[in-house]
Design a protein around this ligand. Structure first.
Ligand code: DC
Length: 225
């Protein structure tokens, strides 16, 4: 038996990665690590300090004084920024854009890399993000690339924002989804792409139940769990 198993789930925003990873982690008794939340925490710090999201020297200068910690319990990952719980605040709409911009900066990615690898070294993990299968955990035991059409992903994200009481039109959210897809796939540093050995799963038109059952079966077979 291997000491620890790791499962990488990558894909564009709104494909259902975090919801599915959380469900699967619970069913398999793995720890769920949401790497997007870590980038969001850096983005939040930049936004709070009034630094432009594309000001790379400004953002990089922050890294020296930033302390990010996360604790995973019961499927909920609490994020702390310099000791303050920012779990809710990093979900704000404006922080999505900040996270996308700061995540394109190579020093930011380098700064966060070890933190992500450490989490996988000590636990059975399901980790989701954009470059988990390609960069963070190239030796992951199972790699999944989740996707769905931009329209479906925008609709899901819009519903989420509605529930949180944030006011944004569906058109605006779709425009943001397209912009973030472009940013995430075209950046020079660790762009979003499917690892060669990842299984592609398109969740358009599938219910959460259908996708989670399908993925659970696939993982149990592959890892002999
Ligand atoms: O999954 P999310 O929307 O919470 O991620 C926020 C941003 O962080 C997203 O624009 C892409 C970026 N990200 C990344 O570059 N690499 C990761 N492993 C996870 C997220």
């Amino acid at each position: 038996m291997k000491e620890h198993y790791s499962i990488a789930i990558d894909g564009p925003s709104g494909a259902g990665k975090s919801t599915l990873a959380r469900i699967l982690a619970r069913r398999l008794n793995f720890i769920y690590v949401d790497t997007g939340a870590i980038y969001r925490t850096v983005g939040l710090d930049a936004w709070r300090r009034g630094i432009d999201s594309r000001d790379e020297p400004g953002v990089v200068a922050l890294l020296d004084g930033i302390r990010i910690t996360f604790a995973c319990s019961e499927g909920l990952q609490r994020m702390e920024l310099n000791g303050e719980d920012v779990t809710e605040e990093i979900r704000a709409h404006v922080i999505s854009r900040y996270a996308s911009d700061v995540s394109a900066m190579p020093p930011v990615r380098a700064f966060l890399l070890q933190m992500q690898r450490d989490a996988a070294a000590e636990n059975n993990v399901i980790m989701d993000g954009r470059d988990i299968g390609t960069v963070v955990l190239p030796d992951a035991d199972m790699k999944i690339f989740l996707t769905a059409t931009p329209e479906e992903r925008a609709r899901r994200r819009w519903l989420e924002l509605q529930e949180r009481g944030e006011d944004a039109s569906l058109e605006q959210v779709l425009a943001d989804v397209n912009q973030r897809d472009y940013n995430d796939t075209h950046r020079a540093a660790a762009p979003l792409r499917q690892a060669e050995d990842a299984v592609l799963v398109d969740t358009t038109g599938m219910t959460l139940e259908e996708v989670s059952d399908y993925l659970e079966t696939m993982i149990r077979e592959k890892l002999a769990l």
